[in-house]
Design a protein around this ligand. Structure first.
Ligand code: FES
Ligand SMILES: [Fe+2]
Length: 401
């Protein structure tokens, strides 16, 4: 007889509620509070350190809820810093390319120049400016810290907690996991729905059996877990993680069989029982479950990560306003060593993009329907514990003075 999979819940679950008034969260007033108390005070992930691997590399990143664009730059000294992309003369965006490598940035409006550590390097026609002090007119910096491969910023004048405190018990659990892979795809879309709806869509696996029945019908499930319960769901003060079990009955399609048969497979976990001893840091697949497919990591407030043995994806869900969300997802996989590996990558990004497209369709429908006001509350199962945690973290921060 097959032993059924049960869920292990971990972390402090007190104060979580399985009934959430969602309707009241869709007003401009509530959104304003989310921006002021959550986005302006929490640590926000704005880039990957591997996007700027070399000295003087930089990227420009939009942060829609704070109405700003940031320059995230690695200085000649190797240090990662972030600044508002805003000239101290009359406010023009200094950097206009999405990425590059430069020791200095020159504003295209009147030619003021800044070092990539933020200091003002030169003012054009300097004699015409009376009573200014260059030392005070550097690019406006943000509190910036790097955790694993991720660059975080904090918009608060004085952050209320360190990034270590923000990451809590997770801080040391993922050491090295995100390194050594190559970016193989990117996907960007603006959605007509509230940012919480987008986060919620990835915070549970309850929907997988229904939404993804066409693309990945048997990646999960099987006789031991027909309802696709998560074997592990854990929460920290702000964040959440669950592990996903692969189906031992998975039958590859023709395309998958060819792609992963020749190249290195993306999910070696479909070979029964080989995954319990994978070389992973303790934060990933924390229970060391067998037939492990991947983990879903929710980094509060707006980051969603799929963490598998040989790939990870990073989703950034930026609210634009209470009705719109800017989504971008980066896909990272093992470094391809052969043409066959590249083919496996191609299959992987094709299937994952399709899976994501299926998720998107549902989100906009939920949002549209909630605007009717016909119902106010959503009800959540135990398998949707990360949604409970997400809303509890939002409410806790919104309630702070
Ligand atoms: S606004 Fe940048 S130099 Fe004038
Ligand atoms: Fe999904």
């Amino acid at each position: 007889m097959t032993e059924k999979t049960t869920t292990t819940f971990a972390g402090d679950l007190t104060g979580l509620s399985n009934r959430i008034n969602f309707y009241e969260r869709l007003t401009p007033e509530f959104y304003r509070q989310e921006v002021d108390k959550v986005y302006r005070r929490g640590w926000l992930m704005v880039a990957c350190a591997s996007d700027i691997p070399n000295p003087n590399d930089y990227v420009a990143r939009e942060v829609p809820p704070l109405n700003t664009c940031l320059i995230v730059a690695r200085g000649s000294d190797g240090e990662v810093r972030a600044f508002h992309n805003m000239c101290r003369h009359r406010g023009n965006r200094v950097v206009t390319e999405a990425e590059g490598n430069a020791r200095k940035f020159t504003c295209g409006f009147h030619g003021w120049t800044y070092f990539n550590d933020g200091r003002l390097a030169a003012v054009t026609d300097r004699t015409q400016f009376k009573g200014i002090d260059e030392a005070e007119l550097g690019l406006i910096p943000l509190h910036t810290e790097v955790w694993e491969d991720f660059v975080f910023v904090n918009f608060d004048r004085q952050p209320r907690m360190t990034l270590r405190e923000w990451m809590d018990s997770w801080y040391d659990g993922f050491r090295g996991y995100f390194h050594g892979r190559q970016k193989v795809a990117n996907q960007t879309i603006d959605l007509e729905c509230n940012w919480n709806v987008v986060m919620n869509a990835f915070s549970e696996g309850y929907h997988a059996l229904y939404v993804h029945r066409a693309t990945v019908p048997d990646y999960q499930g099987g006789p031991q877990n027909p309802e696709r319960h998560r074997p592990y769901i854990g929460v920290s003060k702000y964040h959440g993680l669950y592990s996903v079990e692969g189906s031992i009955d998975h039958k590859p399609t023709l395309a998958e069989g060819i792609s992963y048969g020749r190249g290195r497979p993306m999910y070696p976990t479909f070979t029964p029982n080989i995954t319990a001893d994978r070389d992973l840091p303790p934060g990933v697949n924390p229970l060391r479950i067998r037939n492990w497919l991947h983990d879903i990591i929710e980094i509060f407030p707006n980051i969603y990560i799929v963490a598998a043995g040989d790939f990870h994806t990073v989703g950034w869900f930026w609210p634009i306003d209470e009705n719109r969300t800017h989504v971008t997802i980066d896909y990272y996989a093992y470094e391809a060593k052969s043409v066959d590996d590249h083919m496996a990558h191609a299959y992987f990004r094709t299937i994952l993009r399709e899976v994501f497209r299926e998720d998107v369709g549902v989100m906009e429908n939920v949002h549209r329907q909630f605007k009717s006001g016909a119902m106010t509350d959503i009800v959540l199962s135990q398998q949707e514990l990360l949604l409970q945690k997400h809303f509890s973290a939002v409410d806790r921060m919104v309630a702070e003075p």
